[in-house]
Design a protein around this ligand. Structure first.
Ligand SMILES: [Zn+2]
Length: 240
């Protein structure tokens, strides 16, 4: 696997599609090499087998135009801040060498998502330490981490930047729909969210962020540090 420009690292297959799928599709369409890294195989979810979800994840990556997708196979629903859960990602970061890493926000309803956020931060930091586990590859640290706004965020979360994903919105929806097993009830399960209801939630998320920058669909991201600006005239998004 050659180095990539961007890595999107989330807890479960289909997490990335929901909150950063448009951004991935847009960067890929620009010719950037994007890798999707799933920390787990989502085996604790009630719907779909790990094999089905792996096939769906591969299809979704193809739709988004990602150059690479892999699962680290960490235990679903048991992600925690232990070296055993960080080191496989340290190895992946050193191998993939992304300049930018997209990850989940640290405040989350699902404990795995919150844990994933911390695991990714820690692994990116540790990957840059020359004397930390040299057996996991040569030291490398990404430059920028961007945390995706969550689907269920409070409305007062202000993104540091919003990516205009209007042109790739249909691509994002197709990538989400690739996870077909998630939209059919498991044996004995009632009341699964049907795809069209789910699409409404995704639509609302995209519209809310798009509105912030005056476009139809957007995906918002937060950074912990201010963004550096080189050219005032390149600043996007109207103040009015
Ligand atoms: Zn998830």
């Amino acid at each position: 696997m050659d180095a990539v420009d961007i890595a999107a690292v989330c807890a479960h297959p289909d997490d990335a599609e929901l909150v950063m799928g448009g951004t991935i599709a847009r960067e890929a369409a620009r010719g950037r090499r994007v890798a999707l890294v799933d920390l787990t195989r989502g085996e604790s979810g009630s719907r779909g087998t790990p094999e089905t979800r792996a096939a769906e994840a591969a299809e979704a990556a193809r739709i988004l135009g990602a150059a690479h997708r892999e699962s680290l196979g960490l235990p679903d629903a048991r992600l925690s801040l232990v070296p055993e859960h960080k080191d496989p990602l340290v190895e992946a970061i050193r191998r993939l060498r992304p300049r930018v890493v997209l990850l989940q926000h640290w405040e989350q309803r699902h404990p795995d998502h919150a844990a994933a956020s911390r695991i990714v931060y820690d692994a990116c930091f540790l990957a840059g330490l020359r004397n930390y586990r040299p057996d996991l590859g040569p030291a490398f640290r990404p430059v920028k981490l961007a945390y995706a706004a969550t689907m269920t965020e409070a409305n007062d979360l202000r993104p540091a930047f919003v990516v205009d994903v209007t042109e790739v919105w249909e691509t994002k929806l197709r990538a989400i729909a690739a996870f077909a097993s998630q939209f059919v009830p498991a044996p004995g399960e009632k009341g699964v969210l049907p795809l069209d209801r789910f699409r409404e939630a995704v639509e609302l998320f995209g519209r809310r962020h798009g509105q912030r920058i005056g476009v139809r669909y957007g995906e918002g991201f937060v950074t912990r540090e201010p963004l550096a600006v080189d050219d005032l005239l390149a600043l996007g998004g109207s103040s009015f």
